[in-house]
Write a new protein. Structure first.
Length: 397
């Protein structure tokens, strides 16, 4: 068997099949979404076809890398993407034009817009996995002091870029950064008392917020919400009290109507008629539920669960802690992203600018997720070598 054929056999066929199915669904329902008349002559479906061709190319190129090569790229990639976020903050509108009040994208001629914060998520996960692996190898006898030192290292690489991303503003992306880092830290072997402290702290804050919302509503609306940025205030108010704030909750209300009108089997392809602003982007799941009904929506959710399950299994089977930590960060951040997006579509979560992986229209989100899957396939390929070869790397040496 030649080396090229052996390389393809070591890739995970289930992950590739799921991504291919997502590409088909994405293109079909983006095309369907743009039939409502709000897009004029723009063809987002064709753009998504091109995006997926580029995305699959990126996936294959990254998957052909070895895990060691990916680990060596951690710091250069982190520094380069951190600098791109900083440069974006101070760039003129000619190359970083604000869209809907958010300055998140570089405008590149003949290419379109690219969002550095999406790609930085990859660099953050990789560099954090490297930091944790190195720290644990140097501190085999775990102490509270060493665990706090590890937390300090991770906060040092996470907080500064997160502050710049928050100013764009992009709270959703910052949320995903901390979910990824938190999950990796949780699995790093730090002492249970530290984990307990963080969990209790989060639950305490949530409990206080719930208490204030139930018994001290004025504190929420008059003191806490005004601390947020204007667009964040509108989204939170629209979510907490949609009946009394129809303007702020308009997009979410239309989305819930679209999902509900799909019933069990949907209205049929191209038969969706509920208007939702920017339906082809973060609310693409509403189109899927409206036209494919509960059945197709459930199939899509099941495919996401299967994809995350495969990532977890690959992380568990990885022969290096570095690979395991990457898979943990990817699995938890994907889970949070999917839950938030679908949650806001059905009204159980506030509206945030978080895309639905592999389905939402757009280049940056798709490219970053395809690169991430390429990294996962690279990790799978490494231990897959022992499944499809009679010789180990040790006997070859």
């Amino acid at each position: 068997m030649n080396e090229e054929t052996n390389w393809y056999r070591r890739l995970d066929g289930t992950i590739l099949l799921i991504i291919i199915l997502f590409s088909v669904l994405s293109i079909i329902f983006i095309y369907s979404s743009q039939q409502t008349g709000q897009y004029g002559s723009q063809n987002f479906a064709m753009k998504q076809v091109i995006n997926y061709l580029i995305g699959f190319t990126l996936l294959i190129l990254v998957a052909k890398l070895d895990v060691d090569q990916i680990e060596k790229m951690a710091w250069p990639l982190y520094i380069a993407l951190f600098m791109s976020i900083v440069i974006l903050r101070f760039s003129p509108e000619s190359i970083a034009y604000p869209i809907l009040g958010a300055k998140r994208w570089f405008i590149i001629p003949f290419i379109g817009s690219l969002q550095p914060s999406e790609f930085f998520k990859i660099a953050l996960i990789i560099v954090s996995a490297k930091l944790i692996s190195k720290h644990n190898s140097q501190n085999e006898d775990r102490t509270t002091k060493s665990d706090l030192l590890l937390i300090g290292k991770l906060m040092l690489v996470t907080i500064p870029p997160s502050l710049f991303v928050y100013q764009q503003p992009d709270t959703g992306m910052v949320f995903l950064y901390f979910i990824a880092i938190g999950s990796m830290l949780f699995l790093s072997g730090i002492k249970k008392r530290i984990i307990t402290f963080f969990i209790v702290s989060v639950l305490l804050v949530l409990g206080i917020l719930v208490y204030l919302y139930v018994y001290q509503t004025d504190v929420i609306y008059k003191q806490l919400i005004p601390l947020l940025k204007p667009h964040q205030q509108e989204r939170i108010i629209g979510w907490l009290d949609p009946g009394g704030n129809s303007d702020q909750s308009y997009q979410a209300d239309r989305s819930i109507l679209a999902v509900g009108s799909g019933e069990m089997f949907g209205k049929g392809l191209l038969q969706g008629n509920v208007y939702i602003p920017e339906k082809h982007t973060d609310f693409i799941f509403a189109t899927i539920a409206e036209e494919g009904g509960f059945v197709l929506a459930s199939i899509v959710v099941t495919m996401f669960f299967l994809l995350i399950y495969k990532v977890v299994i690959i992380g568990h089977s990885s022969d290096t802690p570095f690979g395991s930590y990457i898979c943990a960060g990817v699995a938890f951040s994907l889970t949070a992203q999917i839950f938030q997006n679908i949650g806001m579509v059905i009204g159980i979560m506030p509206v945030k600018g978080i895309s639905l992986p592999f389905l939402t229209s757009g280049g940056s989100s798709l490219f970053s997720n395809m690169i991430i899957m390429g990294i996962i396939l690279s990790i799978r390929k490494t231990f897959g070598l022992y499944m499809f070869s009679n010789e180990s790397k040790y006997t070859e040496e």
